[in-house]
Design a protein around this ligand. Structure first.
Ligand code: ZN
Ligand code: ZN
Length: 249
């Protein structure tokens, strides 16, 4: 059993709201400086920086998950994480087939660029990645489970783009691996207001949009081995892997 420190919610320069410094090269460099063990680039409705980030992360012994922060039809942000390139492509296709195509205006919303390891622009995405999909949170959850991914409603306590801000409650039948809670709310306070499955695990991540935010808050996972399956098990608190309790201040 080993403890790993994870930041599973990081935006790259592909996200219109993220800083242009947030290239995969810079993100991985910063994660290595901070000794993070596990990271995930979760851009708004895009997985495109996953493969480059993983290659760079492997060189520094960091485990990098593929994923995206998907915006559901209800405008609920959800972290969708997958293990391999085949699943990443399925997720990318699902997003591209279901996202509402609104043209991006970079002057208003920011640039959405894919870059290479020399930080040269490969492509600019011309539709707004912050838009919602034509799929409900249940449908997105179902899809992620069907491809073997991890599904985590994001920043559930926030007053915008969260399950509580958009629905007012956590649907009792929604399938998820864990919930992400922001640094501002103690788990006990959230539970007092929101009746949910008692076995629910909570993770905290930086939701970094700027380099100096990476790893500013993390989750410690006790894993039987460093693998996608064990990370999923930890979020569910099963098969010997688990989330270490957060020290709420
Ligand atoms: Zn979000
Ligand atoms: Zn985010």
């Amino acid at each position: 059993m080993t403890i790993y420190r994870a930041d599973l919610h990081i935006h790259s320069v592909l996200s219109p709201c993220a800083d242009l410094e947030m290239s995969p090269v810079n993100i991985v460099k910063r994660a290595a400086e901070l000794d993070l063990d596990i990271i995930a680039i979760t851009d708004h409705n895009s997985t495109l920086h996953g493969p480059l980030t993983r290659r760079l992360a492997e060189e520094r012994d960091i485990y990098s998950l593929f994923g995206a922060e998907v915006n559901t039809r209800e405008e609920i942000h959800c972290l969708c994480l997958v293990e391999n390139e085949q699943q990443r492509q399925l997720l990318q296709t699902f997003i591209e087939e279901n996202i509402q195509r609104i043209p991006n205006n970079p002057d208003v919303f920011g640039y959405q660029v894919e870059v290479n390891e020399d930080e040269e622009i490969i492509q600019e995405i011309n539709y707004l990645l912050h838009a919602a999909l034509n799929k409900s949170i249940d449908e997105v959850s179902e899809f992620i489970y069907s491809i073997g991914g991890i599904f985590v409603p994001a920043h559930v306590d926030r007053s915008k783009y969260s399950i509580t801000s958009q629905l007012g409650f956590v649907p009792p039948n929604l399938k998820y691996h864990a919930l992400e809670i922001s640094r501002n709310t103690q788990v006990a306070d959230f539970l007092r207001l929101n009746p949910i499955k008692p076995e629910t695990g909570f993770i905290r991540n930086s939701d970094a949009h700027f380099i100096n935010q990476i790893g500013s808050i993390t989750t410690e996972l006790a894993l039987v081995d460093l693998s996608f399956v064990s990370i999923a098990n930890a979020l569910m608190g099963q098969n010997g892997s688990y989330i270490l309790p957060h020290i709420d201040s």
